[in-house]
Design a protein around this ligand. Structure first.
Ligand SMILES: NC(=O)c1ccc[n+]([C@@H]2O[C@H](COP(=O)([O-])OP(=O)(O)OC[C@H]3O[C@@H](n4cnc5c(N)ncnc54)[C@H](O)[C@@H]3O)[C@@H](O)[C@H]2O)c1
Length: 363
C-alpha cells in the first residue's frame, strides 16, 4: 500500500509532457470542480463537447479549450485525444449517460476519467471492464473521497506500525433510501445511486471487500443502518442519516484497530488516538497523556492562499485527476478509482435494491 505524503505540485504550463485531452460535458459540477483541476495537472485541453452549444462555447472560453462540439463521436474522431474526461448526467430512464460515453471513448483509443456513478448496474461495470481489457485503455471513476487527504491519512494510519489490524469501521453519511416498492425504479433511486458512491468508496478503500451485509430501514426519512463483515475479518457499519440537519457537516468516518483508533469529522478534521495507557484508574489527577502517546490532530489552516486549503484539494479533485494523468503518462495501472472499486459499490447498490431489510446477503 502506498504511503500518502504531501508533495509540491507543478502548475499546468510547467509540465514537460501533457496529455491531449477532450472533455464530454460542460455542466455545473464540471465547471465548478473538474475543469479547474487542470490548472495543476498535465492536461492539454484541446476540445470539449456539450449537447448545449452555448454552454460548450462558454466553458471552452473560460478554460481555454480551442474547439467545441455538440457530438462527442465527431469530437473523438476529429481530435484523437489521449484521454477523455466525462462529466455528464442521467438518461430519462435513470441510467448513467457516462457509461456508454466511456465505452465510445475507449473504443476511439482514449483512456477515460469519468465522474461517479460509473454505471447503474454490476453488469454494466462488467461490460466496461471487458471493453477496457479489449482496448487496453483504462477507465477511472472519480472516487474523490478516497483522495481526501484526511481519508488517505486514515489508510496510512491503518497500515501503520501501531494501529494493529483494522477491526471495525463506521461511516456516517446523510442519504435516504427509497421505500422497497420504489427501489426497482432507477429514476426513484437516482439520488441513492448518485451518493452511494461516496460512503461506498470509503468503505472499499479502508476496509476492502465485503463478505456479507444486512440493513435496517426507517420509513419516515429513509435512513438506514447497515452492518458489514469484510473479507479481512473486520466488521463495520454504514449509517445513512437521512434525517440529519441539512446545514450541518455531512459525514464522519471512524476506524478502530487494536488499542488505537482514528476519526475524520467533516472530511478534513482528523484525530488519531494512538495506543496509550489509561491514566491510573481512580488515582490520576489529569487526562493529559505523555507526548509520545497523546492524540494527534490534523486540520487545515484557512488563512493562507495555499493549495491544500482549497476544496479542489481537501475534497480530492486535483489529486484524483493527477492520479489518472500520472498513471497514463507512466503507462502504469490505476490503483484508485478502478473499475474493480466501482464494481463493489455497484454490488452494494444492487444489494439495497434486491435484499429485504433484516436479511443477510453474501457478496
Ligand atoms: N464528485 C462530486 O463531488 C460530484 C458533485 C456533483 C456532481 N457530481 C457528478 O457529476 C455529474 C454531473 O453533475 P451535474 O450536476 O454537473 O449535471 P449537469 O446536468 O449540470 O451537467 C451535465 C452536462 O452534461 C451534458 N451532456 C449530457 N450528455 C451529453 C453528451 N452525450 N454529450 C455532451 N454533453 C452531454 C449536459 O448537456 C449537461 O450540460 C453527475 O454524474 C454527478 O453525479 C459529482
Amino acid at each position: 500500500m502506498t504511503h500518502h505524503v504531501p508533495r509540491d505540485l507543478l502548475y499546468n504550463f510547467e509540465y514537460d509532457r501533457r496529455l491531449k485531452a477532450c472533455f464530454i460535458g460542460a455542466g455545473g459540477h464540471a465547471y465548478r470542480n473538474v475543469y479547474p483541476t487542470f490548472r495543476y495537472a498535465p492536461v492539454d485541453l484541446v476540445a470539449l463537447c456539450d449537447l448545449d452549444e452555448n454552454r460548450a462555447k462558454g466553458v471552452a472560453r473560460v478554460f481555454g479549450a480551442e474547439r467545441t462540439y455538440t457530438d462527442h463521436n465527431e469530437m473523438l474522431v476529429t481530435e484523437k485525444p489521449d484521454v477523455v474526461f466525462i462529466v455528464t448526467s442521467y438518461t430519462p430512464d435513470g441510467h448513467v449517460q457516462a457509461t456508454a460515453l466511456a465505452g465510445d471513448a475507449v473504443r476511439a483509443g482514449a483512456h477515460v476519467w469519468m465522474e461517479k456513478p460509473t454505471a447503474a448496474s454490476v453488469a454494466e461495470i462488467e461490460e466496461l471492464q471487458a471493453l477496457s481489457r479489449e482496448t487496453g485503455k483504462q477507465i477511472m471513476t472519480g472516487l474523490k473521497k478516497t483522495f481526501f487527504p484526511a481519508i488517505e491519512k486514515l489508510r496510512d494510519i491503518i497500515d501503520g506500525p501501531s494501529f494493529g489490524a483494522l477491526t471495525s469501521i463506521s461511516v456516517r453519511y446523510p442519504q435516504n433510501l427509497p421505500a422497497p416498492q420504489d427501489r426497482g425504479n432507477l429514476n426513484k433511486m437516482r439520488s441513492f445511486l448518485d451518493h452511494i458512491y461516496h460512503p461506498g468508496a470509503i468503505l472499499g478503500f479502508l476496509a476492502g471487500e465485503i463478505e456479507r451485509a444486512s440493513y435496517e430501514w426507517e420509513p419516515r426519512t429513509g435512513s438506514s443502518i447497515t452492518t458489514f463483515r469484510f473479507k479481512s475479518g473486520a466488521i463495520g457499519q454504514m449509517h445513512l442519516t437521512a434525517g440529519q440537519a441539512r446545514g450541518a457537516p455531512l459525514e464522519r468516518v471512524e476506524v478502530v484497530g487494536e488499542g488505537s483508533h482514528a476519526i475524520v469529522e467533516n472530511g478534513n478534521r482528523l484525530i488519531h488516538y494512538r495506543p496509550s495507557k489509561l491514566p491510573t484508574y481512580g488515582r490520576s489527577s489529569s487526562y493529559i497523556l505523555p507526548e509520545d502517546t497523546a492524540p494527534l490532530l490534523y486540520e487545515p489552516e484557512f488563512s493562507l492562499g495555499q493549495l491544500y486549503n482549497n476544496n479542489m484539494f481537501t475534497l480530492g479533485y486535483v489529486p484524483e485527476v493527477l492520479h489518472f494523468c500520472e498513471t497514463v503518462l507512466a503507462d502504469k495501472s490505476l490503483t484508485k478509482g478502478t473499475l474493480e472499486a466501482a464494481h463493489q459499490i455497484m454490488k452494494l447498490f444492487e444489494f439495497y435494491r434486491t435484499t429485504e431489510q433484516g436479511v443477510t446477503a453474501s457478496f
